[in-house]
Design a protein around this ligand. Structure first.
Ligand code: XMP
Length: 512
């Protein structure tokens, strides 16, 4: 694998993503990781074949900027690629000279390749790259040669070919960099001699033995929601540990119309028997009169753990759907203690299980799209894999203000009309997430000849890649018109339907 040392760049995750896309397994470690820590992660049949130093927000000219020792890097005896801050750090450590740039290059910059390099094999002599730096290397270390310079005369790439050290001032991992993928491919294939044969199938192969050993003869409890992650995980684990897996579906009372039946039915079709717990009354009682969104989330989170833990025996393991982005703290420049993010569901009870070696997180090294790929390999139908994300706190965060049965019933009817129409008209698979929100204020309308006073609902549909940023979906007016009419006609408590045309940022996807 290729080890990425993270100096806190917002793009560090992208380096790992891009490498995995070209079939190279990579993991991100804080810049001050120990060699033992790296080796404890490396799959037994693999080893470290290359090291990448990421970019970062600091300046190597500052006295306490994050650093790594040359001995540490050289001990691996593998090729090194420094990106942005990584390049500057390598040059500083090797005796080069750095200065604050006269031009703060940010965004698109054109560069010219001035000497032959394996890193740029197959790349045209002049390309546009993505830059974001305030310092520049003004004198290279002795053993280095300049490979590329920008329009502003700044060294954009340099290398010490003999010692297999390569540097780029720009970000090859960023989509806007032309030939960025080729440059990373050249590093991995031409320089590190990797062959790009990593895939989710390999992941299955490697992990299976590890999971079997870890589980032993214990039972593994996991909460399933019917969403992509928990479904893929349940299918994956049940293939490995069979009926030692105990999937539990908790009805929080905050689900969409008929969701519990649909989820249980889906699992049945996948050959998995789910234990069903109806805790809806408990949840709704605990939420009574609570208006604050964060308070609602906390109550739901606590209740969930309480309900789930009633079903966990002394020796059982709890499997969690933690994904790689949850694990990586990109701002690892804060130091090792900040490197592993406390996952949002890591409450006291779960931390205790962790101490006892009873937490299993089979997907903690996978990105979301890899989980989906794994789902496909495991034969899970697209109908299930393409379900829109649904938040853990469910409809509670889609009812503004306090939650009660009446509002839940209204929202369920509205949501179903919206989603059914999206599916029928072929829009469901084209958008990333869609749902309805029920507002707490009422609005006036006219029904027949009478003045009516009812609820306002918001339809929200967004296009996104990962939910981090999103744009509102440009659904056709005629379609929205049809949905709005149907809602007003069939859900009498509603007098007004509005469509949310705010992107994220500045808004969030959910309303609460
Ligand atoms: P926001 O509203 O933060 O949503 O733009 C981004 C994505 O996260 C989902 N979301 C949640 N998921 N618990 C969850 O499990 C939550 O509390 C929560 N809040 C938001 C949201 O549905 C969207 O997909």
């Amino acid at each position: 694998m290729i080890v990425i040392l993270d100096f806190g760049s917002q793009y560090t995750q992208l380096i790992a993503r891009r490498l995995r896309e070209i079939g190279v397994y990579s993991e991100i470690f804080p810049y001050n990781v120990s060699k033992n820590e790296i080796h404890s992660h490396v799959f037994s049949v693999d080893k470290v074949e290359g090291i990448i130093l990421s970019g970062g927000p600091s300046s190597v000219l500052e006295p306490d900027s994050p650093t790594v020792s040359l001995e540490f890097l050289e001990e691996f005896g593998v090729p090194i690629l420094g990106i942005c801050y990584g390049m500057q750090l390598i040059c500083k450590l090797k005796g080069g000279k750095l200065e604050k740039s006269k031009f703060r290059e940010y965004g698109y910059t054109e560069l010219e390749i001035v000497s032959n390099s394996k890193l740029f094999r197959g790349v045209p002599n002049s390309i546009v790259v993505w830059m974001s730096h305030g310092d520049s290397v003004v004198k290279l270390p002795d053993s280095f040669k300049t490979v590329a310079i920008t329009r502003n005369g700044i060294i954009a790439s340099a290398e010490d070919e003999k010692n297999k050290i390569f540097c780029v001032q720009f970000h090859p991992e960023v989509f806007h960099t032309q030939y960025g993928k080729e440059i990373l491919k050249n590093f991995a294939f031409e320089i590190c001699n990797l062959n790009g044969n990593w895939s989710v199938e390999k992941f299955i192969e490697y992990n299976e033995k590890e999971i079997k050993n870890f589980v032993g003869d214990r039972d593994v409890v996991m909460a399933v929601s019917g969403g992509v992650d928990s479904t893929v995980m349940a299918v994956y684990l049940s293939k490995i540990i069979g009926n030692k897996l105990i999937p539990i579906f908790v009805n929080t009372g905050l689900l969409r119309m008929n969701e519990e039946e649909e989820v249980i039915e889906n699992f049945k079709s996948l050959g998995i028997k789910v234990r069903y717990i109806d805790a809806s009354e408990e949840f709704l009682y605990a939420l009574k009169g609570i208006k604050d969104p964060e308070e609602k989330r906390k109550i739901i989170g606590r209740k969930f753990v309480e309900v789930l833990f009633k079903d966990i025996k002394e020796s059982d393991i709890l499997a969690q759907g933690t994904l790689y982005p949850d694990v990586i703290e990109t701002s690892s420049v804060k130091g090792p203690s900040a490197t592993i993010k406390t996952h949002h569901n890591r409450v006291k009870e779960i931390r205790q299980l962790e101490k006892e070696g009873r937490i299993l997180e089979p997907f903690k090294f996978l990105f979301k799209d890899e989980v989906r790929k794994l789902g496909k390999v495991l034969g899970i139908p697209d109908r299930i894999l393409n379900r829109h994300p649904f938040p853990g706190p469910g409809l509670a965060v889609r009812i503004i203000g306090d939650v009660n049965y009446e509002k839940l019933n209204i929202l369920r009817k509205v949501d179903k009309i919206f989603i059914d129409n999206l599916k029928n008209e072929g829009f469901y698979d084209k958008v990333w997430q869609s749902f309805a929100v029920l507002l707490s204020d009422k609005a006036v309308g006219v029904m027949g000849d009478e003045r009516s006073y009812g609820y306002v609902v918001v339809l929200r549909s967004v296009d996104s890649v990962d939910g981090m940023t999103a744009d509102w979906s440009r659904l056709p007016y005629d379609f929205l018109n049809k949905v709005a009419n149907e809602i007003i006609r069939e859900v009498h408590e509603v007098t007004r339907v509005v469509y949310d045309i705010t992107s994220k940022p500045p808004a969030t996807i959910e309303w609460e």
